[in-house]
Design a protein around this ligand. Structure first.
Ligand SMILES: Nc1nc2c(ncn2[C@@H]2O[C@H](COP(=O)(O)OP(=O)(O)O)[C@@H](O)[C@H]2O)c(=O)[nH]1
Ligand SMILES: [Mg+2]
Ligand SMILES: [Zn+2]
Length: 352
């Protein structure tokens, strides 16, 4: 990826770390010994090397982290400048995770230190409460503020979609817009200040690339209107990457944002469905399955018509999915422990 057009290689000395997303929370993690090291932000991850940005310029680092503690795009790391070598990853302010594809349902890191997740859907048949709630839970589980963007507002009346979206989580903002309109950059300016980091989630075709191009003021990403061969070499839709917008905000664009299977998202689900969680706590039995138990507050709310049965069904589905991932993570740890025991036993047998 050619970073020069994002101004990374020619960063003026005036540009401070704050422009890269550095916060007091990171500063506080530095010991006196750490002052000799250079903080850098991971902007891309390749097979054998990491790309990192500092106000002084761009760094290429060898991949050397263990599988138990991988770094991800957006991470702040400390680098020994001479080598250069990654010394330590700093604690994250936020972390987006998803369930990795495949039978082994392990969590996969998508992006770190993200301030805002723009959950993108269009004002048409793509709009799905269930999918939006899944993205919202992922954001809230990772400590990221979600904002719903309703694209293609020029093609349909966006008001009913906005109303449905805002009902999905207390305090949720839902912004109708035309992803192609230059005025959209002003509309989203509150989230795109210098040093802010944003990411875009949403299914294919909703206008994520169009939006990023509008915000960038140039065709950075290939959109579905462009033929593949036209796009070759010019665009960056593949590979993990982070780049800067003219407003000074950073966009993290990784393929992992499209389909988000839930991983370790229990707290996120609670944040998205507080009214159902509150009802569940009011059930007579703490392990109530909300089916035939006496004193079930959820069933009472259904009967009273104060709880939408479709929302309850979606909550059940997300909770069950998240529990499955948690289970497999626990099973995997148990298996790892068993393997460790086997190795230790084999070693002690040899010693005898
Ligand atoms: N009319 C209209 N078309 C849009 C809007 N947003 C995206 N599109 C079109 O929808 C198609 C898919 O957009 P794209 O950005 O590639 O979607 P992505 O898969 O989410 O990156 C393209 O042809 C865009 O021009 C919008 O707000 N209004
Ligand atoms: Mg796209
Ligand atoms: Zn119950």
């Amino acid at each position: 990826m050619d970073y020069s057009r994002f101004g990374l290689s020619a960063a003026p000395a005036m540009q401070t770390r704050a422009a890269y997303g550095w916060r007091a929370d990171f500063e506080r993690q530095l010991s006196d010994d750490d002052r000799a090291l250079t903080p850098a932000r991971i902007t891309a991850i390749h097979r054998s090397r990491l790309q990192a940005a500092t106000p002084e310029g761009e760094l290429t680092l060898p991949v050397q982290h263990g599988p138990d503690d991988p770094v991800t795009v957006g991470d702040w790391v400390l680098v020994a400048p001479e080598t250069p070598r990654l010394v330590r990853r700093l604690d994250r302010l936020s972390l987006l995770k998803r369930r990795a594809a495949g039978s082994e349902a392990r969590a996969q890191l998508i992006a770190a230190n993200v301030d805002t997740l723009f959950v993108v859907t269009s004002c048409n048949a793509d709009f799905s409460e269930a999918r939006l709630e899944r993205y919202l839970a992922t954001a809230r589980a990772g400590g990221v503020t979600p904002v719903v963007l309703l694209t293609k507002a020029d093609l349909a009346d966006p008001a009913p979609f906005a109303q449905r979206a805002r009902a999905l989580m207390p305090g949720l903002l839902a912004e109708p817009l035309d992803a192609r309109a230059p005025a959209t950059a002003d509309h989203l300016a509150p989230w795109l200040a210098r040093g802010q980091t944003v990411a875009f989630a949403g299914s294919s075709g909703v206008g994520k690339s169009t939006l990023v191009n509008t915000l960038a003021g140039t065709d950075l990403l290939a959109t579905q209107g462009i033929r593949e061969d036209d796009a070759k070499g010019r665009h960056t839709t593949t590979g993990r990457a982070m780049f800067r917008l003219p407003s000074g905000a950073w966009v993290i664009d990784t393929p992992g944002m499209r389909e988000l299977g839930l991983a370790e998202a229990g707290e996120g689900i609670e944040a998205v469905f507080p009214e159902i969680e509150a009802l569940a706590r009011a059930c007579r039995f703490s392990d109530c399955a909300h089916e035939t138990e006496p004193g079930c507050a959820i069933r009472a709310a259904l009967e009273a018509g104060t709880l939408d049965p479709r929302r309850l069904a979606r909550w059940r589905k997300l909770t069950a999915e998240d529990a499955r991932t948690a289970e497999t993570a626990a099973q995997r740890r148990a298996r790892d422990r068993a393997f460790g025991r086997m190795v230790r036993e084999a070693t002690s047998l040899k010693k005898r």
